[in-house]
Design a protein. Structure first.
Length: 336
């Protein structure tokens, strides 16, 4: 029996769009988290390098335009709304607008491919919190499943990685080392979810499509106190180790843990990781994230159709598709 969804909600992290937004935005991000003040100010400087403007909101606008075109051409023809966890348009305001427009049941696409507290369950908590603030007029919102091993996500990432590989001189291409990178999370959180397993599987699946290249999964952007163990190795440490072993003269960095080139990509990779490579004389090429790659947009449509029509649950690899509804104990926060 088709589910009576009457709208699509793009649900994302959000980002500042001016210098005055940066500190309030980061306070929203870090509320309730054990992150030192000096770390927040350090991250603020990353945003100030770009005049306080994160690319993520504009990238979400482009994603919505591309998805609107995809749905207009192939269906289903549903209105698309957009709400963020940490900055405008805030999720509560979006749910309020949806209710005013008569929306009763929306299907949410979260701009994260993996299962963890930060990338999945926290968004579910955000939805409930926003619904409670809006009250009786708030629509019901169901979340689309994590999509780390959907064939079109894998093919989209492989397409972007392949384009980066093509930038390496042909006579050196066989010796390229690929670093797949994702946001680090606390070990305590990682031990209670499938985040690391899913990232490893996605990296393996992409590598299968690229050819016989050496590769490693690494992490970036940790923000917790030094005493709290987080997933490692950090990408900069991994690059230094490769350089010390003289294991690579060319590295392709694939931001497989992200779907857009936001500040944590363009600063942590294009600035910090790039500087480490330059220090050791390594040529680094950074692949673009999937962004609005045609296969990624096609995947979103297919995930919508999957829920609307009980269609085929596409996946590749050994892990199968994720559940639509998480178990009650799935992906706890892992906070001490």
């Amino acid at each position: 029996m088709p589910r009576p969804y009457d709208s699509i909600l793009i649900l994302s992290f959000g980002g500042p769009e001016g210098r005055d937004d940066v500190i309030p935005f980061l306070e929203n991000v870090l509320r309730g988290k054990n992150v030192p003040q000096e770390r927040m100010l350090e991250v603020a400087e990353h945003y100030f390098r770009f005049d306080g403007v994160s690319p993520i909101n504009e990238q979400n606008r482009r994603l919505i335009v591309a998805l609107e075109k995809e749905l207009a051409e192939h269906g289903p023809r549903l209105p698309i709304y957009w709400g963020n966890r940490n900055w405008h348009p805030l999720l509560t305001d979006t749910l309020r607008k949806m209710g005013q427009d008569g929306v009763r049941r929306g299907l949410a696409f979260v701009t994260s491919a993996y299962s963890s507290y930060s990338s999945c369950r926290q968004y579910l908590e955000d939805i409930v919190r926003a619904q409670n603030e809006v009250g009786a007029a708030a629509p019901q919102i169901d979340k689309i499943r994590p999509f780390f091993n959907h064939p079109d996500f894998i093919q989209g990432v492989a397409g972007q990685a392949g384009a980066a590989l093509a930038e390496v001189p042909a006579d050196r291409r066989d010796g390229v080392f690929i670093l797949y990178t994702a946001h680090s999370i606390p070990n305590a959180m990682a031990s209670e979810c499938h985040y690391q397993v899913q990232l490893t599987e996605a990296s393996r699946l992409v590598s299968e499509r690229l050819g016989d290249y050496r590769w490693q999964l690494v992490y970036q952007s940790r923000s917790g106190p030094p005493t709290q163990p987080w997933l490692e190795p950090d990408i900069c440490d991994a690059i230094e180790k490769l350089a010390t072993r003289k294991a690579a003269t060319d590295i392709v960095v694939v931001p497989i843990g992200f779907v857009s080139d936001h500040v944590e990509v363009i600063f942590d990779l294009d600035t910090e990781a790039k500087q480490v490579c330059e220090k050791f004389g390594i040529n680094m090429i950074r692949a673009k994230s999937v962004g609005t790659h045609p296969q990624f947009i096609k995947m979103i449509r297919q995930l919508i159709e999957e829920r609307l029509e009980d269609g085929p649950r596409k996946s590749v690899g050994a892990l199968g598709s994720c559940r639509d509804v998480c178990a009650a104990d799935c992906c706890p926060s892992g906070r001490p």
